[in-house]
Design a protein around this ligand. Sequence first.
Ligand code: DLL
Length: 433
Amino acid sequence: MSIWNPEYETMPRHRLEEIQLQRLKWTLNWVYERVDWYRKKFDSIGFKPSHLRSLEDVRNLPFTTKHDLREGYPFSLFAVPLEQVVRIHSSSGTTGKPVVVGYTRGDLNTWAELVARIATAAGVQRGDVCQISFGYGLFTGGFGLHYGLERIGATVVPVSAGQSERQIQIMKDFGSTVLVCTPSYALHLAEVAEQMEVSKEDLNLRVGMFGAEPWSEGMRKEIEDRLGLQATDNYGLTEVMGPGVAGECRERNGMHINEDHFLVEVIDPETLEPVEPGEVGELVFTTLTKEAFPVIRFRTRDLTRLIPEPCACGRTFMRMEKVRGRTDDMIIVRGVNIFPSQVEAALVEIEGVEPHFQIIVDRKAHLDELEVMVEMNEKFVTDSMKKLVQFQKEVEAKLAQKLGIRAKVTLVEPRTIERTAGKAKRVIDKRQL
Ligand code: DLL
């Protein structure tokens, strides 16, 4: 099985740690000199980059959260002037302000390299026809995979997401061998193909590179059976880079983290202390080479464990297991990250509804559906069907504007949504992954 960059990907661990330490020192100096926010944070605990002696010393540094990054909206956490930023992406669906991230030309070069690694690990090669059905835009999925696959020399078909029948037509006519999208969209495409009476034998698919949302081994098997390909998982996040942070090799037993570019820690989300090796906890990343948007100890909120044992593929980078949950209430619907607080923020701005709501996520025909049950205000309850429908449409429009995706709104009578003394149960996730 081929390895894109054997020099780094199979490097002995002690050598890797030397490189990590050297790059960590560089990064700390870089942010200390260039980003006010980091300098103030370091100063507040009396930390100077020169204090760092070992990789473990990173634990003396403060964490960075999504909230912190949002506060920097749009560019104040950039470590280079805008004229050196050649690309901007942004995280989807956050309350109010999104996290905006920038890339220098060097960052884009690294990004393509890291995606080339995970694509090679998944089994993609020059000569493959790669249909990218991730959205192109501020979301990192489309462009991120695009340049990495081009780097390999594969043939890239940048279809972007949506228009499923057209996707199948292209897949068939172009003989796509690699499908790149979210796992739920892959399953949906399988179903559309069946409706169009296109069988997996009519298609030429070989490899699937799926990511950006949680999925199970059961789902993997179903996608493989229905599309006739080998499905691989890959992980990443906007704040750290986008796709290319980690990806599965053909062993398909955990995703290798590109550790020469990202320092990974796993912490107990309550005590914030490191967990024992191999235990489940929250992933925390520090970038080691990023120029425009470095992050120090970024708390991902993603829960998983690292697999300390060496992998049969020969790569020495640590593997992470599939993400098994989050420590916050973020849900991912059709690839868009949504927080219940965004729904609340939209509802409080609408006269006539109460901020009592429940979000129901379901999966029909393998596509996520979002429904928001909203309580009406007593004074607005009316017997006029026409008024109700119009009102419902208004609420839907407002929510779509805030969330970035469409949700079906169901208006319910005052005081019908269950009240609890403790945490409100805002989300009912009926998806069986
Ligand atoms: O989803 C980047 C990406 C694009 C990764 C394409 C892979 C492929 P965000 O939109 O910022 O970035 O969302 C990041 O999505 O913190 C996880 O909760 C979740 N996530 C990403 N990949 C996986 C995965 C992109 N393979 C958030 N399994 C992360 C489970 C994933 N969850």
